[in-house]
Every structure is written in C-alpha cells, then in structure tokens.
Write a protein that binds this ligand. Structure first.
Ligand code: SIN
Length: 557
C-alpha cells in the first residue's frame, strides 16, 4: 500500500513533445523573503525565472507580523543572539549556520534599508520589541505589526528592477525534473499556458512550509507543502518533518481565517487569561506569557482541559485604545473586522500550526543531496532552528540564506551544463478513474485529522492511526492524475502528512516542539539527533544523524 505514494515520480501526465519549453540559468520556486532574495542575488550572475503559485506578495512572509531579529541594538551582541537561538533550539541546531546567520544580520538589513525598507523608529534608532526566548529587546519591526508586508514590498520592488529576472505569477510547480540524478528544472502549470517545462542549470526551492496540513494554522492558503513533496518525489533528503512549530495565539472565531496575533503583543505586556478572566501562565512557567511557544501552546491546551472552554483570551486592555492601535494597527483592524474592540474586550485565541522547522536538508551553501537543486528559507533544513524556533528568526533566515542560495547558484553556473527539452525524463503513470473524488472533502478531513492527532501534544497510538488513515486515503487519491492545482495540492498534502506522521511516530521521545505525551521528556538519546527521510521504491527510508546535518562552515560560497 505504501507503494502507492512511492510509485508517483511525477504527479501529472504531460507529453514532453507537446508542452511549452523555457530555458533559464536559475529557476527560483517561491516569492517569499527567501525566494525573492535568492532571485535578486542569482540575477547578478545569470538569467532567472521566479515562479510563484499565486501573486508575488501571497506568501507567509507577507503576513509575518512580529519582526526580524537583529542583534546590533544597545545591550545586545551577536553572541547573545546565537546563545538564545541555541538554547531555544534544544541542542538540534547547526551552530555554524546559526552563527553565520547572526553575523550577517546587520549587513543584510542595512542592504534592505538601502533598497527602501523602513523600520519603526524611536528617538531616531530602530525600535526593538521583545519576543519569547529572547534575552533582550532585539526584534525590529515595520508599520507596527506589518513587518513582513514591508519586507515583501521592498524585495518585490527590487525584483522588478532586475532586468535578468522574469517573474511568473499564478504558476504552479507540479514537479522538479531530474535526469541522471541531477535537477534540471521543473514542470509547471499556468491556467493560461497549461503545462510548461522550465529547464534550468540551477533550481532554488524557496517554496515555504506546509501549515495548511492543519485545520488550525496561521499560514496563508498557499502553504500546502508542494515544494517539500516535489523534492521528496525527486529524491531529496528531508529532515525533521515532525518538528512543526505551533504559535500559541491565533485568532479563534468560528468562521474566521485563523489570523496571527503576534507574540509581540505579549512581548509588550498583554496577558493570557481563561474564560473566568484568570491569568494562568505564571503557574506554568517562570517566564509566563513569554515562555517558549511550545510551552505556552501546551499550557493553553492543558488549562483548557482542566478548566474547560474552547479557547483562551489575550487581555490587551491595559494598553489603552490609542497606544495599542498605534503599535499594532493591523491586529486592531483584524479584530475590529470581527467586532472586537481590543481596548475594551478580550481577544479569543488558540494555538495553530505556524512553521515547519524541518525541510529539505542542505549544507551552509544551501546545496541539497541532488546536484543542481538548492533550498532555502522555510522549505530548507539547514539547521538554524533546531527543535524549536526563536521568534523572528525566520525572516532573518530567509533573508540571509536566500542570498547564499542565489550566490551558490550563480557560482555554479559556469560548471553546469544546460540540459534542454528531452523525451527521456522517466515514466509517467496512468490515471485510474476508479472513484469520483471530492477533493475538498478529503482536504478538510486531512486537516482535521492532523490537528486532532499530530498537534501540540502527540501519542503513539494516534500517530499510528494517522499513518493508517493517510495510507487509506492514498489508495484512492494517489492513483488519480489530476489536471488542476487543487488535485496536485491534495496529493502533496497527503504525501507530506504521511511523512510527518511517520516521523512523529519514529521520534518516540519529546524534543522541542515535538511533545510525546506517552514518553518521558528525558527518554531520548543523550545527544539530540536529526531524523532524515528519503524516498525508495519500497517506501520512505528513515535514518538518524547527529546535529549539523552537512554544514561545515567551509561549504559557504
Ligand atoms: C509573531 O509575530 O508572533 C510571529 C513571529 C515569528 O513567528 O517569528
């Protein structure tokens, strides 16, 4: 039965001799901070096509609120930032990668400012906010709580100024093309142009995460894990897929999309209270509301279990109307849309899936195990975040390693042969019309099962059950050949959900964001290990690896 997942090398049937073909030096998949920054860098070396499945601004970057961590403020040092990142990451971080990212932070942000980004100021210096896990105020932000929007605006504007970049919006990457073990581009679909093959000397995967696997998520609707699933089918090594970070405070109103309520709100002093109005976090952790996200998420779950209720509440009434609105205009607006006046009323919140810490395993130069394929940002696992991510390190990772990926790709161009249209890309599978499928129904059910069974707290029997459910659905979803993104997305989500569930089952101890209720916290190996997975004809092959996957500092471009 597992073979149903493994036999689909390509999700779509297309005739190579009939589809359109494009050639480029570098193909970038994804237009968030990592992809945009990678494309800008790569275009200094060659021609670039950047494809994105919706509009360029429709990325997790665009909806990021809190900010970007940068350690050059007074009373802070790069060492402090490195140490906070490692402490929160529970020993699974790649220290060299963390150090490189932190040391690059100031220069990369100055570069963004030169390109037109504007960060909030206080007394003529960047205002810094506090978020969980940071020992000092370190997080700079824009338009209060619209940091991601400002970064996306800056990078997309810059992208448009690059003569060597072509931006294809609404262009869905179905699969990465491999020939003789080398990635040579991607098969894409566009409603107007149909299937196309984009042949590239270097392909950079910056396709983001997969929060849409969960019913409750802060992620935009595009975050269905297509890039991760395509990389798996192409033979890339993926790591730590069980490490899904949950954000404790997403707006919880029936029927609303689960908007993020930034941690910066708690950083500035808001409290979490239960339905009786009682503040409860101090009883769970000395840092109370600013305990690490996994701790706060679990505390919410366990408090609701003890005291009842469907959600808890953020109490931000102490700020007063003008003050909150000035600091958090976007959150004020989102709440107001649902009739909540944050200066007088509590904000209903619950945890939601927020960030995939695992991804395609890379070295420090963003190289994967497949020649010609690089990865960066949330789609990658270079080892920055370990088993838990420090708030506001994700935009920084995307910015820094996006630039690295672009440079590595650029440097590789001279030594990579351009492969073009070929009939020899391997076998495509026949489609079965055995059942008529309600794609939307399976998708909704999948997201509910993931939320119920592989959420903030996990147990062995629920994980086993989830793998069985995914394999059952696989029988009648994976045998189809769809001709629209909604079908391919479902196949990707199903394949990835099965891998997340298997990985969570195999990691039978708690570590960072992965909390196994059925195991003692100290039950794991004395040194934390990465859990790697790669596709074989007989099913996924899992193995354990020590921290620092494959990231010697000398692998930097
Ligand atoms: C937030 O604003 O709370 C999210 C920031 C992050 O995930 O790093």
């Amino acid at each position: 039965m597992a073979r149903m997942f493994e036999m689909r090398r390509y999700l779509s049937n297309f005739e190579v001799s009939r589809v359109g073909h494009l050639l480029t030096d570098v193909l970038v998949v994804g237009s968030g901070i990592a992809g945009a920054r990678a494309a800008i860098e790569a275009s200094q070396h060659g021609d670039v096509i950047l494809v994105t499945k919706a509009q360029a601004a429709d990325s997790a970057t665009g909806s990021a609120q809190g900010g970007i961590a940068e350690p050059s403020g007074s009373g802070d040092t790069p060492d402090n930032h490195v140490n906070d990142t490692l402490r929160v990451g529970s020993g699974l971080n790649a220290t060299a990668a963390v150090r490189y990212m932190v040391e690059q932070a100031e220069a990369r942000i100055e570069e963004l400012i030169r390109w037109g980004a504007s960060f909030d100021q206080e007394d003529s210096v960047a205002h810094r906010t506090r978020e969980a896990g940071h020992s000092v105020r370190r997080v700079i932000h824009a338009d209060g709580d619209s940091t991601g929007k400002e970064l996306a605006r800056t990078l997309i504007t810059r992208l448009h100024q690059q003569e060597r970049v072509r931006l294809f919006e609404n262009c869905y990457v179905i699969d990465l093309i491999t020939m003789a073990g080398q990635c040579v581009g991607a098969v894409t679909y566009h409603a107007k142009y149909g299937h196309q093959m984009i042949w590239a000397k270097q392909t950079i995967l910056a396709s983001g995460g997969c929060g849409q696997l969960y019913r409750e998520t802060t992620n935009p609707s595009v975050a269905t894990g297509d890039g991760l699933a395509a990389a798996y089918r192409a033979g890339a090594v993926l790591g730590d897929l069980e490490m899904v970070q949950f954000h404790p405070t997403t707006l919880y109103i029936a029927g609303s999309s689960r908007a993020l309520i930034s941690e910066a709100v708690r950083g500035e002093g808001a409290h979490l209270v239960d339905r009786a109005g009682e503040r409860f976090m101090p009883a769970y952790h000395p840092d109370a509301e600013l305990a690490p996200r996994d701790v706060v998420s679990r505390a919410i779950r366990s408090h609701l279990k003890d005291k009842g209720g469907n959600c808890v509440y953020l109490d931000a009434r102490m700020f007063g109307k003008g003050v909150f609105e000035a600091r958090f205009p976007r959150i004020t607006r989102i709440c107001a849309e649902f009739g909540i006046d944050v200066s007088r009323e509590l904000i209903p919140v619950n945890p939601g899936a927020h960030y995939m810490l695992g991804g395609v395993v890379t070295d420090l130069a963003c190289r994967t195990n497949i020649d010609g394929l690089l990865a960066c940002g949330e789609a990658a696992c270079v080892g920055i975040h370990g088993a838990n991510r420090l708030a506001s390190n994700s935009l920084l990772e995307g910015l820094v390693f996006g630039a690295v990926a672009g440079e590595t790709a650029g440097n590789n161009l001279a030594t990579t042969e351009q492969l073009g249209p070929s009939l020899n890309i391997g076998s495509l599978n026949p489609s079965s019309d055995r059942t008529v499928l309600d794609v939307g129904d399976v998708r909704t059910s999948l997201r509910s099962v993931m939320w119920r069974n592989i959420g903030v707290v996990r147990t062995g029997h629920r994980l086993r059950e989830t793998v069985e459910i995914m394999e059952f659905w696989g029988r009648f979803v994976l045998d189809k050949t769809f001709d629209q993104p909604s079908g391919w997305e479902l196949q990707n989500m199903l394949g990835l959900a099965r891998l997340v569930a298997q990985a969570a089952q195999l990691r039978d101890h708690s570590l960072g964001v992965h909390f196994r209720e059925d195991s003692e916290a100290n039950n794991g190996p004395s040194e934390p290990q990465h859990l790697l997975v790669v596709k074989s004809d007989d099913g996924p092959v899992y193995s354990w690896a020590p921290p620092c996957l494959k990231c010697p500092a000398e692998s930097l471009p």
